[in-house]
Write a protein that binds this ligand. Structure first.
Ligand SMILES: O=C(O)CCC(=O)C(=O)O
Length: 219
């Protein structure tokens, strides 16, 4: 498990709300008020990396990932079917991509975790609802989605009937801040539950590359 830590929660919901992305529906909520509240703190950028940039990141990551075994279910783990690593040194091409992620997600001068978290979920893998540890991570989580689309569900910690679904397209960047990061848990749905607005979103092996900032009290 990465340094961000995870606190398990449960998430369930059935209703559907409004769209928040102009032209295209990328976020849906259990009701319009929840969607409005959460969408202020969520950014989704489709095609944030090009197919060539995705290939460059994968070329750099695959050799070290291949040395690791996928971890399977364990009673207290939030993630099933995954392997993960953290990396602080990147090749020139990847570093330039990650700098664009950081520039998109963080204010200039914001203190960031030097380690970038890389999470490789196998096709059958999924991430249960959890809130990243407030001890290790600050108010912003920025993740690049490589190799597969998926659905991220944010569930209110106060009332688990309230939720927002995010359609994470392959090569998108998502950014969770404030409310979306602290008062909603996040999860990546398993392939068999991977639907968005009633449409199937097939899940394949998926690699996320995640940058986080430090809690404001750190250092
Ligand atoms: O794979 C993702 O995009 C989310 C990862 C995640 O939930 C975590 O590392 O806490």
């Amino acid at each position: 498990m990465a340094a961000c830590g995870r606190a398990l929660g449960l998430g369930r919901g059935l209703g559907r709300g409004l769209c928040s992305a102009p032209g295209r529906r990328l976020m849906l909520g259990s009701d319009p008020a929840v969607l409005e509240r959460v969408s202020r703190d969520v950014e989704l950028r489709e095609e944030f990396v090009s197919p060539e940039e995705e290939a460059a990141l994968l070329r750099e990551l695959e050799p070290s990932l291949k040395r690791l075994r996928y971890q399977r279910e364990h009673w207290d783990q939030a993630i099933h079917g995954y392997r993960e690593t953290e990396r602080s040194r990147w090749g020139e091409e990847s570093e330039a991509i990650l700098q664009r992620v950081r520039d998109a997600a963080f204010l200039p001068g914001a203190e960031q975790l030097s380690m970038v978290h890389v999470l490789d979920l196998e096709k059958e893998g999924f991430i249960r609802a959890h809130v990243d540890s407030v001890k290790f991570c600050g108010d912003t989580i920025a993740g690049l989605c490589l190799l597969s689309a998926g659905v991220m569900r944010l569930v209110s910690e106060e009332d688990k009937i309230n939720y927002v679904d995010l359609l994470l397209q392959r090569r998108c960047l998502y950014i969770l801040r404030g409310t979306a990061r602290y008062t909603f848990s996040h999860q990546i749905l398993a392939d068999k539950e991977s639907f968005f607005a009633g449409e199937r979103v097939p899940r394949d092996r998926r690699i996320s590359v995640i940058c986080r900032n430090l809690p404001s009290s750190a250092g």
